[in-house]
Write a protein that binds this ligand. Structure first.
Ligand SMILES: Cc1cc2nc3c(=O)[nH]c(=O)nc-3n(C[C@H](O)[C@H](O)[C@H](O)COP(=O)(O)OP(=O)(O)OC[C@H]3O[C@@H](n4cnc5c(N)ncnc54)[C@H](O)[C@@H]3O)c2cc1C
Ligand code: SF4
Length: 478
């Protein structure tokens, strides 16, 4: 069947159709349409089936990409799904939101000269088709175990660990302080990148498979970590990172200067039909406003594009470095530019102007200096270069740090690193507290969904080994 493959020379790269700017900017629906079967097969057939698949190596989950591309090219979609789901708990989500240009597709060997195989779009197609066709089977463990695991956090790290452990027969309870499952996939990432029914159907499947969810349950407030440790044979902390980095300078406390996650959560809740008083009052609604977003990462991109859809008068993004040095994905910058966002590169806010409420940003031009010890160019302000921009909504998207978990959990002995992330043994995922493991952003710092899934799967394997070992030791002592 090799003749069905290696077609990169004759078949050009096509991504799924992107909705027209005017249409997509007026709603929150996903911007990429789905591949039709024929196009998915054609695109998959471009794979060169190379001996050393760099795409797999650079996928954090080491997905068997060339194999499921070949099956897709042959029309064997159900088998492709079996293979894709063997290494990834949420292939359709990764297919939508992984920064493929930095991971699998960026390392595709035909990229040089012929443009990469559109791996993410095919991965999404395979799993969306599996859901439509009823091939996604419920989780039914072969045997039930009388051992239980408590998981704090229903983001991708917690959910993938929950699925892996439930598959082995553990009694699994996931605790989350939010009212819905998904973590940042539900409340951080906007609909135009990931529509919420895609996350909700995963929740339904996990619940149907016997995983219990205790939502609206903040560990450290509603229930103690010590209580969870007493209740379960092991506990996994997968709480993510939520403390926003702050802006300084005169006027930074004015009304109308808001943290990015507050803004995005309000938009996501509004789209889910929840009552959101701060949106209704206008505080977190960009309609009719001149919006200035500070930051250059994916969170900033999500804010500017949300503001466009809410009907902002103008949307600017100020970043202190240039386009080539911004951390956000180039695909998202391009999408934002198409949608009318203006990027003000090499710019940092110096002060915020206004009475009670912000009316403008005084910014200063920056230039890139010599690389520092990390190899990254330092940024320095240019003297007397300040200028003012009109803004009546300023969104701070400067990144996130971990909350103070030892204080939040009332467990001062829980060891953290100098950055406040949880300290673990990277081989076993265990913290310094017996039976307490950790995974995802709370260990890595702000990262990606695909890495959270990888960590959740690895942590689950280590929790299983730990519980089995303790059981063996207990039996030997009897
Ligand atoms: C705006 C935004 C856009 C992003 N876009 C992308 C993208 O396009 N692609 C990508 O790959 N990644 C993206 N990311 C990053 C990605 O979302 C995270 O890396 C990933 O969700 C981390 O997973 P996690 O499970 O570790 O934590 P989270 O997803 O943060 O989940 C943690 C969960 O723990 C819960 N929790 C926290 N404390 C407690 C407590 N005390 N008690 C009970 N529950 C608690 C939270 O409510 C939350 O549900 C984005 C992040 C943001 C903020
Ligand atoms: S999980 Fe992400 S990196 Fe891995 S193959 Fe899928 S899209 Fe690429």
């Amino acid at each position: 069947m090799t003749e069905r493959m290696l077609r990169f020379v004759t078949v050009p790269q096509e991504t799924p159709e992107k909705r027209a700017v005017a249409e997509r900017s007026a709603d929150f629906g996903e911007i990429y349409r789905e591949f039709a079967q024929a196009e998915a097969a054609r695109q998959a057939s471009r794979c060169s089936q190379c001996g050393v698949p760099f795409c797999s190596i650079h996928c954090p989950l080491h997905n068997n990409i060339p194999d499921w591309l070949k099956l897709t090219a042959e029309g064997r979609i159900e088998e492709a799904y079996e293979l894709a789901s063997a290494t990834n708990n949420f292939p359709e989500i990764c297919g939508r939101i992984c920064p493929q240009d930095r991971l699998c597709e960026g390392n595709c060997v035909i990229e040089k000269g012929y443009q990469a195989v559109t791996i993410g779009a095919v991965e999404r197609y395979i799993t969306d088709t599996a859901f439509e066709q009823g091939w996604v089977r419920p989780i039914r463990p072969r045997r039930e175990l009388d051992r239980s695991v408590g998981i704090i956090g229903a983001g991708p790290a917690g959910l993938s660990a929950a699925e892996q452990l439930r598959g082995k027969g553990y009694q699994v309870t996931v605790y989350d302080r939010y009212d819905r499952v998904g973590g940042l996939m539900m409340y951080g990432i906007p609909n135009f990148k990931l529509e919420k029914p895609v996350v909700l159907r995963r929740h339904a499947r996990l619940e149907d498979g016997g995983i219990r969810f205790e939502l609206n349950t903040a560990v450290g407030r509603t229930i103690g970590l010590d209580q969870l440790r007493a209740r379960h044979d092991a506990v996994l902390i997968a709480t993510g990172v939520y403390k926003p980095r702050e802006l300084g300078g005169p006027g930074s406390g004015l009304a109308g200067i808001v943290p990015a996650l507050d803004y995005l959560i309000a938009a996501n809740r509004e789209n889910l039909g929840d009552a959101v008083p701060d949106f209704t009052s206008g505080l977190l609604d960009a309609r009719g406003k001149d919006v200035f977003v500070v930051g250059g990462g994916d969170t900033a991109m999500d804010c500017v594009r949300t503001a466009v859809r809410q009907g902002a008068t103008s949307v600017r993004c100020g970043y202190r470095r240039d386009r080539a040095n911004m951390p956000g994905s180039m695909r998202e910058v391009k999408n934002a530019e198409e949608e009318g966002v203006e990027f003000v590169w090499l710019t940092a806010p110096e002060a915020f102007i206004g009475g009670d409420t912000v009316e403008g940003v005084r910014a200063v031009r920056m230039h890139l200096g010599l690389p520092d010890a990390t190899g990254r160019q330092a940024v320095e302000p240019i003297a007397d270069s300040d200028f003012t921009l009109k803004a009546d909504l300023v969104i701070k998207a400067l990144g996130f740090d971990p909350e103070d978990l030892p204080a939040m959990f009332g467990e001062p002995a829980l060891a953290v690193t100098g950055w406040g992330t949880l300290k673990i043994d990277h081989r076993t995922f265990i913290t310094n507290l017996p039976g307490v493991f950790a995974a995802g952003d709370i260990v890595r710092g702000a990262s990606l969904v695909v890495w959270a899934i990888r960590d959740g799967r690895d942590a689950a394997a280590q929790i299983h080994a730990y519980v089995e070992q303790r059981q063996t030791l207990a039996m030997a002592a009897d």
